[in-house]
Design a binder for this molecule. Structure first.
Ligand SMILES: C[S@@+](CC[C@H](N)C(=O)[O-])C[C@H]1O[C@@H](n2cnc3c(N)ncnc32)[C@H](O)[C@@H]1O
Length: 342
């Protein structure tokens, strides 16, 4: 999934830092895992991975993809191909009542709703699929791995039919071409491994220190833009908890998911607490030179948390990957901070 601050383009740089510092590690904690793309890269390289994110939809994706080592067998479901089955569901099924379809009622145009996030047919399909997955779980026809595998498949399919310019902070005023496509679930790619992986859905600072991993990768938000408002519909599909919503975009309350990493007055202490609590031999931090913390501030915080002589800062031009303008240097640098704690 396209994700704000997603690191798919700098995976090579992260592994360069690892080899440059002769890091010998077996387990990695990706403590702000977002789309899960970094954890996935580590898993490909043979590491045991532990993921964590404050957002439940991110946790659901990780639990249902990178944390699994095999495609679930769905032994008790009696359906040969559950993803194909879910793709075939439609509103003609008599078990479904449009009044209970939260996504259709609140994010798709109808007599009660003006929001244009998702076309009617796809909104209804999301509700039906989501309810079916929940029902299978409640009837104990699927276990937790199977539940998250299906949920991850649904969440990953939704952006492909959403009427947005990347995030759910606003919807477009005219239907984008992609919204006319049929919502289609794909089978998540599962990377084989013999290591036991875990996923957590916690505040990073609460998790820090509770588990040991050889390496921790830290990729927090860099600015004051909170993640939940930008992904609120995916969060609601994942939780499917009929939240109270408000405003033009139908935003759910997110008091408990407000990140201190997005608050100028809190970020320094929060970062410092995290780094000091972490139980890891090595730490790699992603940030950039225009974040809420200046390079000088973050350098001091990172240095203070480990063996000072092992500290290194790697900086590289990020826009180079994104910009279509050759040699465009607008001064924005992506950064990787390395420290050895033990
Ligand atoms: C820059 S993104 C991570 C991107 C990820 N590395 C990727 O490549 O997709 C930051 C993530 O931190 C999460 N987050 C923000 N504050 C958090 C906190 N206090 N504890 C755990 N996760 C947090 C956000 O939900 C978001 O997914």
């Amino acid at each position: 999934m396209r994700y704000i601050g997603g690191k798919s383009l700098i995976l090579g740089k992260i592994f360069d830092v690892i080899s440059d510092n002769s890091v010998i590690a077996d387990s990695v904690l990706d403590i702000f895992s977002g789309s899960g793309v970094v954890a996935e890269a580590f898993k490909q390289e043979g590491y045991q991975i532990i993921t964590n994110d404050l957002l439940y939809f991110s946790y659901s994706i990780s639990r249902g993809t990178v944390c699994l080592n095999d495609v679930p067998k769905f032994e008790y479901l009696n359906i040969a191909d559950p993803i194909a089955y879910l793709n075939r569901l439609d509103i003609k099924n008599p078990d479904f009542n449009l009044d209970d379809c939260f996504i259709y009622q609140n994010y798709s145009p109808n007599k009660n709703c003006k929001r244009m996030y998702i076309q009617n047919k796809n909104a209804i399909k999301i509700d039906i699929i989501r309810k079916t997955i929940e029902q299978w779980k409640n009837e104990q026809k699927i276990n937790d791995d199977e539940y998250f595998y299906l949920l991850a498949s649904l969440i990953n399919a939704v952006p492909y039919v959403s009427n947005i310019a990347g995030v759910y902070g606003a919807y477009l005023k005219h239907w984008d071409k992609r919204t006319y496509n049929d919502l289609t679930l794909e089978k998540p790619q599962i990377i084989k491994s013999s290591k036991i992986n875990f996923g957590y859905n916690m505040d990073a600072n609460d998790l820090a220190g509770k588990i040991y991993t050889d390496l921790t990768y830290i990729d927090p938000p860099y600015n004051s833009r909170q993640y939940l408002p930008n992904y609120h519909i995916l969060e609601t599909i994942a939780r499917y908890d009929n939240p109270e919503i408000k405003g033009v975009t139908g935003l759910r309350d997110y008091q408990e998911q407000k990140s201190l990493y997005c608050q100028k007055s809190k970020v320094a202490n929060t970062f410092s607490e995290l780094l000091n609590k972490l139980d890891s031999k090595y730490v790699i931090v992603s940030y950039n030179n225009e974040g809420l913390l200046t390079t000088k501030e973050l350098t001091e915080i990172v240095k203070d948390s480990g063996i000072k002589s092992t500290f290194k800062l790697y900086e590289f031009d990020y826009r180079r990957y994104k910009s279509k303008i050759p040699n465009c240097d607008d001064g924005l640098k992506e950064q990787l901070y390395f420290i050895r704690k033990k």
